[in-house]
Every structure is written in C-alpha cells, then in structure tokens.
Ligand binder design. Structure first.
Ligand SMILES: [Ca+2]
Ligand SMILES: [Ca+2]
Ligand SMILES: [Ca+2]
Length: 397
C-alpha cells in the first residue's frame, strides 16, 4: 500500500548560517570560464569541456576547484557528466585531497591520483589488467595520509560497471556522501555503496583538517591506450553552510517481493537544503545501521542479504535545521520463503533442494536462498524455519 507523503515541513525558521573555515557550493553547466580552477598536467579546456587527457597523448591530468576548499565532513553531493571519446584510456577519478591545489599523480593505471597523499579517489577504471578487479569498475581508493594507489588492496569498496560505460557518450554520475556511507549513482541508478566516515578515516589523525577541508576535482590517466576523457558539467554542494528551507521527496521506492538472500535497495531521494538527517524505519521502529543494513541513516539503504523477517512496512524520516518530515509507508513483501523451486508450493521438491545446502553448511556453497536468518550458515536454525514453511504448503498471496 502506498500512502505517499503524509506531512510537510513542520517548522520553518529564518535561514541560520554557520560558516565553517571551508566550504564549496557551485555549478558549472560548462567550462567556458575556468578562472576558479587549477588545471594540471595534460588537462586543458577544449570546446568548453574539461579535457582531462587527450586522445593520442599518454600521461596524467587533473582539474581542481581552487576558489575554496570544500568542507566534506558533514556530507556532500556532487553530480557531473563525463564523456569518453576517440579511444579508451585507463580511466578517471573524482578526488578529494588535502595535498595541494597543484596535485597530480601518475599517468596510466594511476589515473592521475595514484601518488597523491591525503586523498580519497572514486575511480572509474576503464582499462583492466589481469591483477585488477575484473571488468570496468568503480572503486573508492585511499591510503589515508600515504600517497594514494589504484591497487585493489587499497579499495574500500568496488562495483563492476556496465561494459558500455566508456562507449555510451555523455553519462551522468552522482556521488553522495552522508557520514557513514558513500553512494555512487550512474544515470540515476545506485551502483556502488561504500561504508565510509571521512572524519575518522586517517589512522594517524583526520585525513582532512577542520571541517574536512579538501580540494575537490578530477584526475585521469592514459598510457599505451589513450582517449579524450572529458568532464562536461559539474555541480558540487557540501553541507558546510547550514541552510533552512523546505525538503521534498524526489523518489521513494522499495523492491518488489525480494527473495531470501537478495541484495535489496530501498531509496528515498530528497531535495532541499542541509545538512540533512535521514532515518529509515521499519514497522515504526528506527532501523539500526550495521550488520545486514547499510545506509539506515542515508537516502539509500541496502539490505544484504534480505531475509523473510525483513518484510514489513518501511518509512523514511528526513530533516534539516528547520524541521523534519516523514514520508509514508511502502510495504516490502518477501517472496514465499521455502519455495526454493518457485512453483508456488512448499513441498518435498523444495526439501530436496534444501538438503544439499544443509549439508554444505556455509554460504556459499550452501544456497543463500536457504539461509533464512541471514547468518551465512544453513544449519538447524534454518531447518526449523523450513519446517514452518513446509507446514503451510501453499504460498500466501
Ligand atoms: Ca586499470
Ligand atoms: Ca516449491
Ligand atoms: Ca542461517
């Protein structure tokens, strides 16, 4: 049942501005004026786009917004469009760093950020060697205060990108960080989820000073293979300045009847000023962050693995300095647990499918579909669940 938005902003007051020592809010529909930028290495402006590297040339390039540092500890959201043409090079990255407004890492596989200390890079790696994650991929790379590296060892989280990523013309990326979690969206679909707290990332003290003061920008690299790696437009908004104003939900969606073991994504994208707080609720109780839930305090929440007990009514609360509101309830129904062969019945045929998992014990090789309490094991506890499902025989509507 969809109940929609049931209340609007409860309390509105005049905008309260608290200025940190750094902060950045800007929008570039194109790059006809780059006076606020530091362009380093191979990077130049061609036809009003930021050409990080150019087809036919190897090496590294970077573009940093240098008017101010961003203040990222309270969160940020950035949207940019990119275009890769005339070849396929190593890839590019969106980078936060507290090294220098002239920072530049290595070319080729380093993608322009490998070598920059005090940096966090969200890399879009389009040239894959045998010792790397397979296929084009997005990954969050950092070595804390040490010079960064694109090696898989230093990845906090990664995800495979579609094969068309580098050939589809202009595409849009959104990166949103809320303390605790960073999401990457490709063409409005969430593709990467990374547990991350920038305020406590450095082992030897915070990576970025003050409120998380960092230069933000892009880097790219090319080697034997080259391409035009272009940034076409760029919006950036951190929450260093507290603002008031109405919030509105832009999107609220939950999965349709997930199966046991699925990774499910619930999202409620919110428009409006911040910093904003978010809280997912299930059956009127706050969902706690951790365990199988990532993003309980963010706009996107991932439940992995989903289990039958996760079925229920999900609602979402959001707020900023001015007040808050709740967004109505969407129901998540679990696909008939116990019906392993998906014929609408829980019977002996499912028991035959259950047995090998029960014998294998650990997921995998045991099937995640049989781990009904989500503890990574298919054991006696799950057997007791199965008996309960078996006794009902017919899946409910
Ligand atoms: Ca690579
Ligand atoms: Ca069945
Ligand atoms: Ca289990």
């Amino acid at each position: 049942m969809r109940t929609g938005v049931y209340s609007i902003v409860l309390a509105m007051s005049a905008g309260a501005a608290a200025f940190g020592q750094c902060g950045a809010v800007f929008q570039f529909a194109d790059f006809s004026d780059t006076s606020g930028f530091s362009l380093v290495g191979r990077t130049e402006v061609v036809n009003d786009v930021l050409r990080l590297t150019k087809s036919g040339e190897d090496g590294a390039g970077a573009a940093w917004f240098k008017t101010t540092q961003a203040g990222v500890n309270a969160g940020f959201v950035t949207t940019f469009r990119f275009n890769i043409s005339d070849g396929e090079a190593d890839g590019f990255a969106f980078v936060l760093q507290a090294d220098s407004e002239e920072a530049l890492g290595g070319g080729g596989s380093d993608m322009g950020f490998g070598g920059i200390p005090r940096s966090v890079a969200i890399e879009f790696d389009t040239f894959v060697f045998s010792d790397e994650f397979p296929g084009p991929h997005v990954s969050v790379q950092t070595r804390g205060i040490e010079p960064n590296s694109p090696e898989d060892t230093y990845s906090l989280a990664h995800a495979t990108l579609p094969e068309w990523f580098a050939h589809a013309g202009t595409l849009e990326i959104k990166i949103e960080y809320t303390p605790g979690v960073l999401f990457v969206f490709l063409e409005n679909e969430p593709v990467l989820f990374c547990p991350l707290d920038l305020g406590t990332l450095g082992e030897d003290g915070p990576l970025f000073g003050g409120d998380g003061c960092a230069w933000v920008g892009f880097t790219a690299g090319a080697g034997g293979a080259t391409a035009n790696q272009d940034i076409v437009s760029w919006n950036f908004n951190d929450w260093s300045t507290t603002e008031c104003g109405p919030l509105s939900p832009a999107d609220f969606s939950v999965p349709y009847m997930p199966k046991t073991g699925d990774r499910v994504v619930l999202r409620c994208i919110v428009d409006g000023p911040g910093p904003r707080t978010y809280q997912w609720r299930k059956d009127e109780i706050n969902v706690e962050e951790g365990g199988r839930n990532l993003g309980a305090l963010a706009e996107v929440m991932v439940i992995d693995p989903f289990i039958p007990a996760d079925a229920g009514g999900y609602s979402f609360n959001t707020g900023n300095q001015c007040g808050g509101f709740g967004i109505g309830t969407l129901h998540v129904q679990a696909y008939c647990p116990g019906d392993l062969n998906e014929d609408g019945l829980v019977d002996d045929a499912d028991f035959v499918e259950f047995l090998p998992s029960y014998n294998a014990l650990v997921v995998p090789d045991a099937s995640k579909r049989c781990d009904w309490n989500g503890d990574g094991l298919v054991d006696d506890t799950d057997f007791v669940f199965f008996v309960g499902y078996y006794n009902t025989l017919l899946c409910e509507e």
